[in-house]
Design a protein around this ligand. Structure first.
Ligand code: FES
Ligand SMILES: [Fe+2]
Length: 400
């Protein structure tokens, strides 16, 4: 045994406490005041999010992303999306961490027992396989500009109304007010979006944002249907179902599509205020993914009649940077067919608040890419879209 000091006893309070030993991230918990602290690898078995970003209350450690709960021995108590009665898969338990010792007001860890996590098979933002795809690089209104993509730079300009990129890529194009660039011949095209071409829809872009996680992780977050009650509790998530029922995913080699009917609270529906409908309503959510990082979510309120389509595109700029473009397409919001500019502005502001919640979670993530090998994570029933995403991205991964 080789004991190394990791902090003063007083540092280890009721909160999950992150510690790094020889570059290995650990989370340290003190199960109760005066109880001996315990340590685990700082990584949720589900999506590898640091558990130190979660909460620890009444002896229960809860992951911030999908709310999986663990006791102080590492046993997983519940996977909320599977339901409270469902059996928890054994692989959901946290492997035992290194022994700790508390003496003379300090906490020590046995360094010899600190094992680095095994290597992951990741799709990073600079994988050369991603050269063979369409990527968003700027809003048309941002030109002229310099765009970063896959760790390289392109100058973008408009010459006689035509968008040009330098150095010359395989192709450059404009769609939905966004400039797209394919460095090499793309494996697949841009997807269709009928709502974007429909005059009955009012459209507006959110200001582009940036995140430090990879475009694959951004796409996975967008397709994830189980994180709403935990990540989005302050915006729309509090009224969302925790249990995700079985749903179908139609897979194609270059992407997937899924239609799900969900229950949600709709306090903004004027029909609720007028007593015509209950606040608990049904919504049809259609997810569309086209590889590598084109995404769409169409939300149809089946009782109130409003439709909200979100186009969502990720630009893998460099190893540690992804730019995100989000466009809202709105119809029938608040019972009015054509949303007024005020309504559009309010919807955009709301969507920005929702995105900020995802970005705050992503800021805590540490894995530099999207794991593509099934055994590197633990997929559950709610993750069918994420599994389909990973499968469609395998051709973009250059095996090293
Ligand atoms: S519950 Fe931890 S990442 Fe999903
Ligand atoms: Fe989210």
């Amino acid at each position: 045994m080789e004991w190394v000091r990791i902090g003063a006893s007083a540092d280890f309070t009721g909160r999950p406490h992150p510690v790094a030993v020889d570059g290995v991230a650990l989370v340290v918990l003190r199960p109760a005041p005066g109880a001996a602290p315990v340590a685990f690898a700082d990584r949720c078995p589900h999506r590898l999010v640091p558990l130190s970003a979660g909460s620890f209350e009444h002896g229960v450690l809860r992951c911030p992303y999908h709310g999986w709960e663990f006791d102080a021995s590492g046993r997983c108590l519940v996977v909320p999306s599977n339901g409270p009665e469902a059996k928890v898969p054994p692989r959901a338990d946290l492997p035992p961490g290194p022994p700790l010792r508390e003496a003379d007001g300090s906490v020590w860890v046995d360094r010899a027992a600190v094992t680095p996590p095994g290597p992951l098979d990741l799709l990073s933002n600079v994988d050369p396989g991603l050269l063979r795809a369409w990527h968003p690089v700027a809003l048309l209104e941002e030109l002229p500009t310099t765009a970063r993509l896959l760790g390289r730079e392109w100058s973008l300009s408009t010459v006689d109304g035509v968008v040009r990129a330098d150095p010359a890529p395989y192709a450059v194009g404009v769609r939905w007010g966004l400039v797209w660039l394919a460095p090499l011949e793309p494996r697949t095209g841009l997807f269709d979006d009928p709502d974007a071409e429909d005059a009955a829809y009012a459209g507006a872009w959110l200001p582009p944002s940036r995140t430090g996680v990879s475009a694959g992780v951004v796409a996975d977050n967008f397709l994830d249907v189980a994180h709403f009650p935990f990540v989005h509790a302050a915006t729309f998530g509090a009224g969302e179902e925790r249990v995700v029922g079985p749903y179908d995913v139609t897979e194609r080699p270059d992407g997937c599509r899924s239609v799900q009917v969900q229950w949600f609270d709709n306090p903004g529906d004027p029909g609720v205020a007028a007593g015509l409908r209950p606040v608990r309503q049904r919504r049809r959510a259609t997810y569309v993914h086209r590889a590598p990082f084109q995404l769409m979510l169409r939300l149809e309120e089946l009782d109130a009649g409003a439709v909200k389509t979100i186009l969502f595109f990720a630009q893998p700029e460099s190893a540690g940077s992804t730019r995100i473009y989000t466009k809202m397409l709105l119809h029938g919001i608040g019972g009015v067919a054509d949303p007024s500019p005020d309504v559009v502005a309010a919807e955009v502001a709301f969507e920005e608040a929702v995105l900020a919640e995802d970005l705050a979670l992503q800021a805590r993530m540490t894995v530099p890419g999207l794991p593509l090998r099934p055994r590197d994570e633990l997929h559950v029933r709610a993750d069918r879209l994420g599994v389909a995403l990973r499968r469609s991205l395998i051709p973009y991964r250059t095996l090293s």
